[in-house]
Design a protein around this ligand. Structure first.
Ligand code: HEM
Length: 160
């Protein structure tokens, strides 16, 4: 029961994280660097809360297995396994993106001077990394939500 609630909050935070991420991408496309930074810090904070809740749930020993139609079993596992692999990959991707943004900001002094020679290489690297970080993060958020919905309908609690 406790684990079920923890799980619901975990899903809620990761959905919010996906929304903050999408907002952050739109904001930087509009050139609003300050708001972009805040949205991305919010997205990262929410993803961290998610991770804590998820690990708590694992610690509580709560797990569900798929008991839905056989015709969908393979598709479900492909989704689940790709979700797990990319979720693990997402953490280092996001950390490197954040690290470069942070180093760039330190070198620039403020976000209106990102083209200073000392800061530019960090933001170039930031851009290179986020090309991968953003799609991976979105994939993980969306598939996590799908898995949650599928298990809500076709899941059976095996532990907890
Ligand atoms: C993991 C979190 C973050 C993600 C996923 C992310 C994502 C992005 C994306 C998608 C772009 C546009 C890249 C392009 O148009 O090629 C971008 C650019 C930018 N980001 Fe972030 N960002 C994150 C965190 C931050 C933070 C914390 C800051 C502030 C310190 C920041 C500052 C910037 C700046 C200044 C640009 C513009 C760079 C340029 O014009 O060369 N980002 N980011």
């Amino acid at each position: 029961m406790v684990a079920e609630v923890v799980n619901q909050w975990a899903v809620f935070t990761i959905i919010l994280s996906g929304i903050a991420l999408t907002t952050g991408v739109i904001l930087i496309k509009q050139g609003n660097r300050e708001a972009h930074m805040r949205a991305m810090l919010a997205a990262s904070g929410l993803a961290t809360v998610f991770l804590v809740l998820y690990l708590t749930r694992l610690g509580l020993g709560y797990e569900k297995k798929y008991v839905g139609p056989d015709a969908w079993r393979t598709a479900y596992y492909v989704l689940l396994i790709s979700h797990i692999i990319l979720a693990a990959l997402n953490l280092p991707l996001a950390l490197v993106a954040l690290w470069n943004a942070w180093k760039g900001l330190r070198a620039a002094g403020n976000l209106s001077r990102i083209d200073l020679p000392a800061a530019r290489p960090f933001f170039d690297r930031h851009r290179q990394w986020v090309r991968w970080t953003v799609p991976v993060w979105l994939y993980v958020a969306v598939t996590g939500w799908i898995i949650y919905l599928v298990l809500g309908r076709y899941g059976e609690v095996i532990k907890g």
